[in-house]
Design a protein around this ligand. Structure first.
Ligand code: ATP
Ligand code: MG
Length: 334
């Protein structure tokens, strides 16, 4: 047995009686698993404990948070540690129950008639058969009859597929749904009966230090100056009244990558870290690179309030000015 088999078997066992035992072998192993999963994720200890506890307890989960807040990263880390597949499906109007379940190959049906053999499994059946997690992103965009199909699979842990038979889920099968709480265009409010069938974990943005660590990990670029500026500028997009949704850490990652490339193109050496805070008096050759990089990395990632008469570029320019040029005293109210 490999280590992965072992962990998956423990997960199977834990799910079998619906809960992780309070003491004894399986709870130790959940601990071990937790430490192993934590190594793949920057910070997020609290969310990880809650998510791992919920899935180890045999529960299906709703992750609620804005884009770029580690949802996929956490799930990947857990399913990798368990040695099980992570099956993605995007919730939208096209996600019908039959797309979720699967279909019979029409050409083969003409030749051979319907048979379990010519059934092409959809993501739900794949996840049930393989004991994987079915990750339904943008769950609040999923049509109601599809949600009902999911709820049935969650409750029964088995599903009757016409002309195929009963498909029983392996014990590690879970449904994890996600949604962005700020997203209200083209979405439906989930009914209370849907909420009643799921555990829910709310996820927000990480702190400044964690975001810097993520950017270092994802870019491999070690300019403290550029990383501190990119993270601060990206975070500033979440603080403004004229932006209803700012950029996630993805914007900071791209900002650093772009700063690095523009510096190489323009033959500019990135300033060193001795002046990380406050970022005043930096050479214009550097700050102008940051402004250009912001336009590319952030202008499509900020969503202005509808009532605001401004462009993403002008708002980004103000954020840039506040960061690099404004005297700290002038920034204080009153
Ligand atoms: N805690 C973290 N540790 C390491 N990397 C992270 C962390 N959080 C986010 N990232 C990185 O930031 C990016 C976005 O994270 P992720 O894909 O997990 O977000 P998400 O919540 O799934 O977003 P979405 O809702 O848009 O799918 C990825 O490149 C990921 O590697
Ligand atoms: Mg994701």
């Amino acid at each position: 047995m490999t280590r992965n088999d072992n962990l998956a078997a423990v997960a199977d066992a834990a799910a079998g009686d619906g809960a992780v035992r309070a003491s004894g072998e399986s709870s130790t192993t959940v601990r071990e698993m937790r430490d192993r999963v934590a190594a793949a994720v920057v910070g997020r200890e609290h969310e990880l404990d809650m998510l791992l506890a919920a899935v180890a307890a045999g529960r299906d989960v709703l992750l609620e948070g804005p884009p770029g807040t580690s949802k996929t990263t956490l799930l990947h880390a857990i399913t990798d540690a368990w040695g099980i597949p992570l099956q993605f499906v995007e919730g939208n109007a096209d996600l019908t129950p039959s797309r979720l379940i699967g279909h019979h190959n029409p050409a083969r049906v003409l030749r051979e008639d319907y048979s379990p053999d010519n059934f092409v499994a959809g993501p739900l059946i794949e996840a049930m058969r393989s004991g994987g997690f079915l990750y339904v992103e943008e769950f609040n965009r999923t049509p109601e009859d599809t949600v009902n199909t999911l709820l049935t699979a969650m409750a029964e842990r088995r599903i009757a597929v016409p002309r195929v038979g009963i498909v029983a889920a392996r014990p590690t099968f879970r449904v994890v749904a996600s949604m962005n709480p700020y997203d209200n265009v083209g979405t439906t409010r989930l009914s209370t009966s849907v909420y009643d069938r799921l555990c829910r974990i709310a996820i927000g943005y990480q702190d400044d230090a964690a975001e810097r660590a993520i950017v270092v990990r994802r870019t491999g670029i070690d300019s403290d100056r550029a990383i501190a500026d990119a993270v601060a500028l990206t975070r500033a997009t979440r603080e403004r009244e004229d932006i209803w949704q700012g950029s996630s850490v993805r914007g900071a990652i791209d900002l650093v990558l772009l700063i690095n490339q523009l510096a190489a193109i323009r033959d500019v050496v990135l300033p060193q870290a001795d002046s990380v805070s406050p970022p005043r008096g930096l050479p214009e050759s550097y700050t102008s690179i940051v402004l250009d990089a912001m336009h590319v990395a952030l202008s499509g990632r900020i969503h202005l309030d509808e009532t605001v008469d401004a462009t993403p570029e002008s708002v980004l320019h103000e954020i840039w000015q506040d960061h690099f040029l404004l005297e700290p005293a002038a920034a204080e109210p009153g």
